[in-house]
Design a binder for this molecule. Structure first.
Ligand SMILES: Cc1cc2nc3c(=O)[nH]c(=O)nc-3n(C[C@H](O)[C@H](O)[C@H](O)COP(=O)(O)O)c2cc1C
Length: 377
């Protein structure tokens, strides 16, 4: 009997870039995804992402010279990631629109020759303007078809340009979420329900220029089976963040990674971030003190986020996340995706990618072996 042939995952093409594995590693700010993780993912054929959020705080002069420290460190991490990834490796950056120094960070990413810029937490309406003349691929993150429409229309009308791909991030993602708190309680709001509308917008605008805009599904994607599901639903790839935290190459401290291993389902909670958006995190004594009103507002040291009200916030999120990055949770906490509690060990990126590929192959083969649902009479 012939062995069933192994089905590999399809490649992912974003403009002039083609990744041999359709997985973008989600950007994770304040030091969690830097050159080590991004380059490891790129070496395995995925797209590695260095996150710009709060990156300057990892520099010695981060508190006194924040903006310059951010652009300096971002450029050095991109260059390092590219060197470690090799000539075929694809390295991008994640820059949140809400960052006060957004334009400077975008220009720094272009200067350091990032292959793509992934940008959400706000609508990146002026991104084409800031990157004019460069070859960097542009990938907005949206949480609704409406946001996709607004970006597509603005870029098409104002810049005669379209995004090279769109990430649609659903309610199970980690970090800040692009939904109202009450929306997150609706059971009907799922990544599966958001995807068709975004695919439709991408197709409608793509047709105006005769191009296919790939749509990438993000938020709660955990297994090879999930990847297969979203590709079958029309996505061209997935963005995954949480799973990459529990890897040897992730740039966070061992203690940060250990919080993922220890987290139980009931420990993963929604919080109200000072940034003005809900977020998903691992509950701990620091977050409990905040929810009980025990922490007092601090003087805002950075003004790093446009929408953050430093006067009224019970804590500085930038400082809390930098503490967590170093593994100090007395004054910090870790963001996580809704499926984070399913992680039980820290593995190499190579092993994680291999297991995702195996799971994907197994599901595809099982589907192929099934008889057709409706057989002709
Ligand atoms: C620790 C952590 C930090 C994150 N930081 C950022 C960030 O700086 N910018 C951003 O756009 N998204 C950020 N995210 C969201 C991820 O990039 C990603 O889209 C999302 O978490 C995908 O869901 P998953 O974690 O379930 O795979 C973060 C997520 C986590 C878990």
């Amino acid at each position: 009997m012939n062995e069933p042939s192994l089905v590999s995952m399809p490649t992912l093409t974003i403009g002039k870039l083609t990744a041999s594995v359709p997985i973008i590693q989600g950007g994770m700010g304040v030091g969690i995804s830097l050159s080590s993780l991004a380059s490891a993912v790129a070496r395995e054929g995925g797209i590695g992402i260095v996150a710009a959020a709060g990156i300057g705080m990892l520099e010695e002069d981060g508190t006194t010279n924040y903006e310059e420290a951010c652009t300096r460190r971002l450029k050095s991490e991109i260059r390092k990631a590219k060197a470690l990834a090799g000539s075929q490796g694809i390295i991008g950056v994640n820059i949140m629109v809400a960052q006060s120094n957004y334009k400077d960070l975008v220009m720094a990413a272009v200067e350091a020759k990032a292959d793509l810029i992934v940008s959400g937490a706000g609508l990146p309406l002026s991104l084409p303007e800031y990157t004019q003349g460069s070859e960097v691929m542009l990938v907005p993150i949206v949480s609704s078809a409406r946001s996709a429409h607004v970006i597509l229309r603005r870029w098409y009308e104002r810049y005669d340009r379209l995004p090279d791909a769109i990430v649609v991030e659903g309610p199970l993602a980690g970090g800040h979420l692009g939904f109202k708190p009450e929306e997150l309680l609706e059971e009907t709001l799922t990544l599966e329900s958001l995807l068709p509308g975004v695919l439709q917008e991408a197709e409608t605008f793509g047709n105006l220029k005769g191009v296919k805009i790939p749509v990438i599904a993000a938020g709660g994607v955990f297994s090879g089976e999930d990847i297969q599901k979203f590709l079958r639903l029309g996505a061209s790839g997935v963005q995954m963040a949480t799973r990459f935290v529990a890897t040897e190459e992730c740039d966070a401290s061992p203690a940060f990674k250990q919080t993922y291993i220890n987290a139980r389902k009931e420990d993963i909670v929604l919080i109200k971030s000072p940034v003005g958006l809900p977020g998903r995190a691992i509950n701990n004594s620091f977050l409990r003190e905040i929810s009980e009103g025990l922490r007092v507002p601090l003087r805002c040291p950075f003004h790093c986020i446009k929408t953050c009200n430093g006067q009224e916030s019970p804590y500085c999120i930038a400082l809390a996340l930098v503490q967590a990055f170093h593994g100090k949770f007395k004054n910090g906490f870790a963001f996580v995706g809704a499926n984070g509690y399913r992680i039980s060990e820290i593995v190499s990126v190579n092993r994680l990618m291999a297991s995702l590929k195996e799971e994907y192959q197994r599901v595809v083969q099982n589907l192929e072996l099934l008889p057709p649902l409706l057989s002709p009479i």
